[in-house]
Design a protein. Structure first.
Ligand SMILES: Cc1cc2nc3c(=O)[nH]c(=O)nc-3n(C[C@H](O)[C@H](O)[C@H](O)COP(=O)(O)O)c2cc1C
Length: 388
């Protein structure tokens, strides 16, 4: 059983990674619905929190159903980070997480995020000050080191544990690597298997399938995995991994109905939290991800990312459902087989079609029988396909 302070995370928890502009409350809602065991806010600037900047403040919004949840902070000044941690604690998360991994110039060049990997004594002091300042558990998310020559995570992990952090998440890349190349898990395993280490160690980097999660669990013995990019547009990954770990079997991929429904929920939550204008605007970055892999989706996407109201987007989503539902239904039927469908087979298929989709099915089937007409369709009692 993995525990962070008093927070019980069960066996091998799956963590949703903090991701700027992605892991906001609407996205976290759909990830929680789909099995994320523990989640984090996007990183929040300590300077912004102290200035009481609206954007930073808004990121402190957390909801009861999200628990357990951590608020992640970044910054380069020890005093400001301490102050920000006290502010964040008032939002009553389950823990405070410190970001020592962000590689982007705007952060690292200001001495924050991964920059602390170049100054381990300062990282340790900053962490210690925060641990002392708050009652909540403090955790850290960081990388292997600054570059290839300074992969000092084994030593860093010991030092951070010694000053009282409650868990450590390691992204298996250096700052220099940014997001390039495959994540290296050997050093994550070395930290986890260091007999001095007692706190939970979570591995992060490139976990994008149930098989990969199982491999990382077995090969490196980590206490759980954190998932970032693979969850974007695919929150089902959490339940898929859980199911695979429990049974050894893979769940079927989400259906088009599930994709559309999830997208609708995400859009609704986005509007509820951000208001109609920003909610619709910021949702635009998600559509392509939700419908990745669908042929000829571009036209729908183009409309979804330009239409201004929720009703407009919902109407396009309804079209998407109709178009791809029918396509999916017959994806295994060759064009030849379909054109040769006998009415009797048509009736059989129609009877198997869920009630709600029968009209769509018939509308689609009609042109496949150029010599025949479907005379009547009474959805409720009579599902027979009649030819004349
Ligand atoms: C769009 C995006 C935003 C990110 N923002 C943050 C962040 O705010 N805090 C953080 O610690 N890491 C952030 N990361 C890094 C991720 O948390 C994670 O460490 C990284 O994506 C590797 O995991 P993955 O291979 O599962 O995506 C971000 C990554 C992405 C792609």
């Amino acid at each position: 059983m993995v525990k962070i302070g008093n927070v019980n995370l069960g066996d091998f928890p799956l963590l949703l990674a903090p991701m700027e502009d992605v892991s906001d409350p609407p996205f976290r809602f759909v990830c929680k619905q789909n099995g994320a065991d523990m989640m984090y806010t996007e990183f929040i600037s300590s300077e912004g929190l102290i200035r009481d900047a609206a954007k930073s403040r808004m990121k402190l919004d957390i909801f009861e159903y999200e628990r357990p949840i951590g608020i992640q902070l970044f910054g380069g000044e020890i005093d400001h980070m301490r102050e920000a941690a006290i502010i964040a604690e008032q939002a009553q998360p389950d823990l405070i997480d410190i970001n020592y991994g962000c590689p982007v110039k705007a952060v690292a060049c200001k001495g924050a995020g991964a920059a602390l990997l170049q100054d381990i004594p300062k990282m340790v002091s900053m962490t210690e000050e925060i641990v002392k300042a708050v009652k909540l558990p403090v955790t850290v998310k960081t990388r292997l080191g600054w570059d290839d020559k300074t992969k000092n995570i084994v030593d860093v992990a010991e030092r951070l544990q010694d000053i009282g952090i409650s868990a450590l998440t390691i992204h298996g890349r250096t700052r220099k690597q940014m997001y390039k190349g495959p994540a290296e898990w050997d050093l994550i395993g070395a930290v986890k298997n260091n007999p001095r280490i007692k706190i939970p160690i979570f591995g992060n980097g490139d976990v994008d399938s149930p098989e990969k999660a199982l491999e990382m669990k077995n090969r490196f013995g980590v206490d759980g995995v954190m998932i970032g990019r693979a969850s974007i547009g695919y929150p089902w990954i959490f339940n898929e991994i859980k199911h695979f770990l429990a049974t050894g079997e893979k769940l079927a991929a989400p259906t088009i109905e599930q994709r559309v429904e999830n997208c609708r929920i995400h859009l609704r939550k986005s509007i509820e939290w951000k208001g109609p204008k920003l909610g619709i605007f910021e949702m635009r970055r998600h559509y392509a991800n939700y419908f990745k892999g669908l042929d000829h989706f571009k036209d729908y996407r183009m409309r979804m990312v330009t239409l201004p109201t929720e009703e407009d987007v919902l109407a396009v989503l309804a079209e998407v459902l109709e178009r791809y539902l029918v396509a999916n239904f017959f994806q295994k039927q060759s064009a030849f087989e379909i054109s040769c469908l006998e009415p009797a087979l048509g009736v059989k298929l129609l009877n198997k079609t869920p009630f709600f989709y029968k009209p769509i099915f018939v509308k689609w089937l009609l042109p496949k029988f150029p010599g025949r007409k479907i005379r009547k369709f009474e959805a409720k009692n009579d599902t027979r396909l009649r030819s004349c």
